[in-house]
Design a binder for this molecule. Structure first.
Ligand code: PMP
Length: 436
């Protein structure tokens, strides 16, 4: 099967290159390949599958829509499914944000919602500069790639969004620029200085876009104090803050939305992945003061997939009713603690970090010289070898990070403690075998 597929599929594929699987069945945190081999899925659609594969509430939502003869596609006309989804989203937001928010349905991908967010703040402010962060990832369209602070995918495309400026992200292991006490580190001072001194080349920006925990950049959580400071300095200067929660949203980090850890609110919130409850959907939710764009400013045929609204609503409701953000926090803490123990038994783990069930394990080369702050060089080849060792032990996980050296764990939020122990067992064996 794979060879026929390989012959026909584009060279630009990504995941199947490292995870050469053909899947015939999926349930919970497990997927089964064509030969009947079972894998634990800690990639979970790159963080999309909050409730794992084929959860009962997701299947029921689909069946209900099918049985009701509700329309499957309406452009952006309203249906009862859409109304219910909007109500559920607003009931999930912090009330003070919900009170002033509006929602806009975007195309099926996170990237399209980021594009919308950029257009929204540019239209509202009349300004053009966008500030984003080194190592950040916001999508693979020409525009979102242009504002992503990851060099690799841009190299051959020369993706540029004019007037985009990349700021240092507080990446404690490699760039403690901005970590400082209570977030008042030099990073925030640096941003303030850039904003206040036109000779730095930035005229008042249209917005700043940030991930509360950088996902593709290597599962790097921004310190709480730094986030509070970022919010303070943007508010003071009336600069819209776009928080990209495509990966962190819907309980993943231990709160419904990751910005809640810092007690801050965005001006624009970008949501996709888990918000569609397994199916493609993305939205921007934003302060109504910014609602200055004309009808038709951000359009597209597939805005707001009806089925995804039904599965998204069911997922949101299940996440809330079952307190999955708290559970993700508890399980994430346990997972990180256990990984810290494994770190002591092996030589190639430089850092274990994350928030909730969004964990990164940075693989390093301890035989090389550490840098001035004591961190060892990234070791992408070993990370990839560990990924393969995991795969042969029936564990699927992602390798990412700006140097390709971070093992990323994004299990479904419904993972049990016993399953976490099993994941840890397989991962630790894989690391030891790859190191040998
Ligand atoms: N923003 C973030 C933070 C993401 O993690 C991603 C996808 N990994 C995107 C945007 C883009 O989403 P999509 O792949 O659906 O376009």
């Amino acid at each position: 099967l794979l060879s026929t597929q390989e012959k026909r599929e584009s060279n630009a594929r990504s995941y199947p290159r490292r995870l050469p699987l053909a899947i015939k069945r999926a349930e919970g945190i497990y997927v089964t390949d064509m030969d009947g081999k079972q894998y634990m899925d800690c990639l979970a659609g790159a963080g999309t599958l909050a409730l794992g594969h084929n959860h009962t509430v997701v299947r029921e939502a689909i069946e209900n829509v099918m049985q009701s003869y509700l329309p499957l596609h309406t452009l952006d006309l309203t249906t009862p499914v859409k109304e219910a989804f909007i109500d559920e989203v607003f009931a999930s937001l912090p009330p003070s944000f919900a009170e002033k928010a509006k929602i806009h349905f975007c195309g099926p991908t996170g990237a399209d919602a980021v594009e919308a967010a950029l257009k929204l703040v540019k239209t509202a402010t009349g300004n053009r500069a966008i500030l984003s962060f080194q190592g950040g990832y916001h999508g693979s369209t020409h525009g979102t790639l242009g504002i992503s602070g990851t060099i690799g995918p841009k190299q051959k495309i020369h993706a540029l969004v004019p007037d985009t400026h990349f700021l240092p992200y507080p990446y404690e292991y490699r760039c403690p620029f901005g970590v400082g006490k209570e977030g008042h580190g030099i990073g925030i001072t640096y941003i303030e200085n850039l904003l206040d001194n036109p000779e730095g080349g930035i005229v008042k920006p249209a917005g700043i876009i940030v991930e509360v925990v950088q996902g593709e950049g290597g599962s790097i959580p921004a310190p709480i104090g730094w986030l509070k400071e970022l919010r303070r300095i943007t508010k003071k200067r009336d600069i819209p803050l776009i928080i990209d929660e495509v990966q962190t949203g819907i309980g993943r980090t231990g709160k419904m939305f990751a910005f809640e850890h810092a007690g801050i609110e965005p001006d624009v919130l970008v949501l996709s992945k888990a918000i569609g409850g397994s199916l493609p959907l993305s939205v921007v939710v934003y302060d109504r003061c910014l609602d200055k764009w004309e009808p038709g400013t951000h359009i597209g045929t597939f805005r707001g997939n009806q089925m995804a609204m039904a599965t998204g609503q069911a997922t949101l409701r299940f996440v809330k009713e079952n307190h999955l953000p708290d559970y993700a926090q508890e399980m994430g803490t346990y997972l990180a603690e256990q990984l810290n123990s494994i770190q002591k038994e092996v030589s190639s783990i430089g850092d274990v970090r994350g928030r909730g069930l969004m964990i990164g394990v940075e693989i390093i080369n301890p035989t090389k010289q550490p840098n001035r702050i004591g961190s060892y060089p990234a070791y992408a080849e070993l990370a990839e070898k560990i990924q393969q060792e995991c795969l042969s032990r029936g564990l699927i996980l992602e390798v990412g990070g700006r140097f390709g050296s971070v093992i990323r764990l994004l299990p479904p939020l419904i993972i049990s403690k016993g399953q976490i122990d099993e994941v840890l067992q397989r991962l630790s064996e894989a690391i030891k075998s790859a190191e040998a």
